[in-house]
Design a protein around this ligand. Structure first.
Ligand code: MN
Length: 359
């Protein structure tokens, strides 16, 4: 039998001596079955998969799902999962500890043993197939077209929120179903906030602007950051831009199968530290993207000890943030290949881009 996402999950059940797993994270349900509705749970045993939902989704399941048996629950998703487990002699069942809330957990019947799992489906999602790569690439293309639109239209006097709204609309018109996250437009001294969401602050001549944005295309996300100035900025911004650019390019060169998140962080933080800005770069250097905006692996948190493998799609996003002055971050999306990494986004220019302000 050909290997599928579901058969890979089923093979994994044995490794933790599980009779089944109850998948409740909607993104994981989508990944495994294609179902895009909410309010569902997927019970997967070694041989069978049951998609438990309600009658609102009967027709949608018929169209989207071809690898699981539809079960319409009468008295709740979790009671139904319990009934199915009893009927099919499933005794030791994994659940997704990251997303199953306690109130739902409490509804699972005690007739089975419910075992906390972490990243059980997530690990499978870390290696992208060709169809996923095509959707991520399209999400990047739309986002990059949005950036060109921003560069062509941004003017002193516009608020950060206006820039964000205009960018979001532009990407929706090109086919995006939404943004990957709330668009970050942080201008002037606010750009020293790594995740400064757009506000009513007016962009003034001389402001540096950090734009961190992305869009969703058929479920898959892009995640990019560019920093530019509107009019002539503080010379310190040009200087830190060169350092961040060097770190961004160096990370792209370094990324390859086997390289750990820690090695990536050590490199990027080491370079920025040597330039004298170590205390102004506090976050991880990158993360996986796919159906979620933050997934494995990458150079952050629990993934620091994990080596990259071919098929991972990850961000490369060093930054320097000077309080009271402004910040610079440059973020690209890369695919780990057999021998290194391939840039999926268009690299940033080597010098800080400056949008000319007409007097
Ligand atoms: Mn990111």
């Amino acid at each position: 039998m050909a290997e599928t996402r579901l058969t890979r999950l089923q093979a994994k059940l044995k490794t933790q001596a599980l009779d089944a797993i109850l998948v409740t994270d909607p993104v994981n349900v989508t990944y495994l079955t294609g179902f895009t509705g909410d309010e569902s749970a997927l019970l997967v045993s070694a041989k069978t998969a049951w998609l438990i939902t309600d009658s609102r989704f009967t027709e949608q399941v018929k169209v989207e799902v071809h690898n699981a048996t539809l079960v319409l629950h009468q008295h709740g998703l979790f009671a139904e999962a319990g009934d199915l487990s009893e009927q099919h002699d499933l005794h030791r069942i994994g659940f997704e500890a990251e997303t199953l809330v306690y109130a739902s957990f409490a509804k699972l019947p005690e007739t089975s043993e419910w075992v906390a799992t972490t990243n059980f489906v997530g690990t499978l999602r870390e290696v992208k197939d060709a169809s996923e790569l095509a959707l991520i690439q399209k999400a990047i293309e739309i986002a990059e077209a949005g950036y060109q639109h921003v560069l062509a239209t941004i003017r002193p006097g516009m608020t950060e929120a206006e820039v964000a709204l205009d960018l979001d609309f532009f990407m929706r018109r090109l086919g995006a179903s939404g943004t990957s996250f709330e668009t970050i437009v942080a201008s002037g001294a606010r750009s020293a906030m790594p995740h400064g969401a757009a506000t009513t602050k007016v962009i003034e001549a001389g402001d540096v602007v950090t734009l961190d944005w992305g869009c969703v295309y058929h479920g898959y996300v892009s995640d990019l950051t560019r920093t530019f100035a509107v009019g002539e900025p503080d010379p310190q911004i040009k200087a830190i831009y060169r350092v961040v650019y060097a770190a961004n390019r160096g990370v792209a060169e370094l990324m390859a199968p086997g390289v750990t998140g820690q090695a990536i962080n050590d490199y990027a933080h080491g370079l920025i530290d040597q330039a004298g800005y170590g205390q102004y770069f506090g976050h991880g250097t990158g993360h996986g993207i796919g159906l979620s905006i933050h997934e494995g692996p990458g150079a952050w948190g629990i993934y620091n000890q994990v080596g990259q493998v071919a098929g991972n799609v990850e961000t490369d996003e060093p930054g320097i943030y000077l309080p009271g002055i402004g910040g610079v971050r440059i973020e690209d999306d890369l695919l780990i290949t057999a021998t290194g990494a391939q840039l999926l986004s268009t690299p940033a220019p080597a010098e800080l881009p400056i949008v000319q302000v007409t007097p």
